[in-house]
Design a protein around this ligand. Structure first.
Ligand code: ZN
Length: 352
């Protein structure tokens, strides 16, 4: 509605958890601002809602930026192909259309840097060339200090034709002076039932029990639910349960050692270990929820009977102790201790 009446604030913060659809919404707003045909959907209330055709040259070019990770990867690869002096001066920018500039956090620090904001300011000094407006989309709210200060300048006096959209997981991270110059829209968490319905539609190949599981793990974020790596999670959870079972009930630790041996050094092993530890943390939390008498909050609903038998075999103090041990292993992993040995030691400490 605000777009249709030309009242969309010049500076807008879209706030919400990861996967809540901030970037998708930002891109849809951009399409609605820039579409050559500017279609209007009339509501039964008589209000008109801005939309976009999806097929004009502005729409198709802008929509090409929908896969943000792929765009960032391509921009980073292009930078890596440059000489080292050129690399230093090159910031990651995505420009699907001459009048639309997208600023992702610049790797490896993953902060928005001064060079990126400078490009934004420079571009904002020119009238739009092919679309009705200039749109600047910042995909995260983590700034280098100088970059944030520099952004303030354009927020103080944005040109009439410019719109700035800032996606923020945590708007509290932003300078108060930036926040106060932007309108704030919060994207809320979706109910579990809505996510289940969406997954039934988009992931029909998943078992219903697994769709429920993912809907519960996604914490209200549609993007997180859709990009969830189910096989990887199930594999990590199988190992997490083996580790717990062998600590609690199984005197023969051979299967455990066989499993931990698959957690090797190197980048791949690191990802696998991180996902095992994270999943183990979730399972321990579920055990706590069962013991606390709040089974309705359990997330791993598809393995409820197994969780119940584990929860019956341990005490509250045991779970607490295991969580503390898990924190220690996690920080040890960060210091690059031998992965399989510290997993074995962790399991042995749980058994003892
Ligand atoms: Zn269009």
């Amino acid at each position: 509605m605000a777009v249709a009446s030309g009242r969309l604030p010049h500076s807008l913060i879209l706030a919400g958890p990861q996967g809540a659809g901030k970037y998708t919404l930002a891109l849809m707003l951009t399409l609605a601002l820039e579409c050559e045909r500017q279609p209007r959907e009339l509501w039964s209330t008589g209000q008109s809602l801005a939309s976009y055709c999806g097929v004009c040259s502005n729409c198709t070019r802008i929509a090409s930026a929908i896969d943000l990770p792929a765009q960032v990867e391509a921009a980073v690869a292009a930078r890596e192909a440059l000489t080292s002096t050129e690399q230093k001066d090159t910031r990651v920018l995505i420009q699907p259309h001459p009048d639309v500039l997208i600023l992702p956090p610049d790797p490896p620090q993953l902060l928005i840097k001064l060079g990126q904001v400078r490009s934004l300011i420079q571009s904002s000094q020119y009238l739009p060339a092919e679309a009705p407006r200039k749109v600047f989309l910042l995909t995260a709210a983590s700034f280098m200090k100088e970059a944030a200060n520099s952004l303030l300048k354009i927020l103080e006096e944005p040109p009439d034709y410019a719109h700035l959209i800032l996606c923020a997981e945590n708007p509290g991270e932003l300078l108060p002076t930036i926040r106060s110059r932007c309108a704030l829209v919060r994207l809320g968490a979706l109910p579990i039932e809505d996510l289940e319905m969406m997954l039934a539609d988009r992931r029909p190949d998943w078992q219903p029990a697994h769709r429920t599981l993912v809907a519960r793990l996604a914490q209200g974020a549609a993007g997180r639910a859709l990009s969830f790596h189910l096989p990887e999670y199930i594999a990590a959870r199988t190992d997490a349960l083996l580790l717990l079972r062998s600590a609690l009930t199984d005197p023969d630790h051979t299967p455990l050692f066989k499993m931990t041996e698959t957690y090797r050094a190197g980048a791949e092993g690191q990802l696998k270990t991180t996902s095992l530890l994270r999943t183990l943390g979730l399972v321990l939390e579920d055990l706590l929820l069962l013991q606390a008498g709040t089974p309705e909050l359990v997330r791993n609903t598809d393995i409820r009977p197994e969780l119940e038998s584990l929860a019956a075999a341990v005490s509250f103090a045991w779970i607490e102790n295991a969580s503390r041990g898990l924190d220690q292993v996690t920080s040890g992993m960060r210091r690059n201790l031998l992965r399989n040995l510290s997993l074995d030691a962790f399991a042995a400490s749980l058994a003892g």
